[in-house]
Design a protein around this ligand. Structure first.
Ligand code: SF4
Length: 210
């Protein structure tokens, strides 16, 4: 099967299984998504959602994050790992958005990546989920593992994996692909115990016997 056909088949099957491919992080504004995404590094989305439920009620605007003291923000997110650095990133990002981007979360990859705590993966998540812009494919640990197991890439480096996936995936599906691989990685193709026998991709997966 050609890689382009294989990816279409993977998308078709996974969409049947997970009909709503979108981020599991709760947010109602682009800045809230930025906050949630920064908090989600090395933390589960469920835990982030629990913390942001109270956080988003307390901090209603970007200005609130910029003007609070660092120690207050750190205290408000202290159950999240690396909370000290994450609070710093969020506060500095809020200040920078107010000073340099007229108080609006920027909508380009280059601008987003100037914000503290924002690398390419985070920028991809914000562009696609907050603005509906498919600029790239967010490659996290699940996307990396499944892409390799499914034979879609041989690379280890997330940026190279992203490039490989972008070459074979229709642009309008870039965001969907990332979410679908994450869902499938969490539910079926887990790192330690991939459940090959229950997998909807079994017959087209070169790793089904690992
Ligand atoms: S067949 Fe196994 S390795 Fe391949 S995607 Fe499914 S669970 Fe993962």
């Amino acid at each position: 099967m050609k890689p382009e056909d294989k990816i279409k088949e993977i998308l078709k099957r996974l969409k049947r299984l997970y009909p709503e491919p979108k981020t599991a992080l709760n947010f109602s504004t682009p800045f809230e998504l930025l906050v949630a995404t920064i908090l989600s590094a090395q933390t589960t989305d469920n835990h982030v959602n629990k913390v942001t439920e109270a956080l988003f009620k307390k901090y209603r605007s970007i200005k609130d994050y910029a003007e609070t003291t660092l120690s207050t923000l750190q205290k408000d997110i202290s159950s999240i790992n690396f909370y000290k650095n994450k609070a710093k990133y969020i506060k500095e990002a809020a200040r920078m958005i107010i000073d340099k981007f007229n108080g609006e979360v920027p909508r380009t990859m280059d601008e987003l990546m100037t914000l503290p705590g924002v690398a390419r993966k985070t920028a991809n998540i914000i562009l696609s989920n907050a603005f509906g812009i498919n600029e790239g494919i967010a490659v996290d640990t699940h996307v990396k593992r499944l892409s390799r197991r499914l034979g879609l890439t041989e690379n280890e480096d997330p940026q190279k994996i992203e490039k490989d996936l972008m070459e074979i995936t229709p642009r309008e599906e870039w965001s969907n692909l990332s979410h679908l691989l994450i869902f499938h990685g969490r539910k079926v193709c887990q790192a330690k115990r991939p459940n090959h026998k229950e997998c909807i991709l079994y017959d087209i997966c070169p790793s089904r016997n690992i």
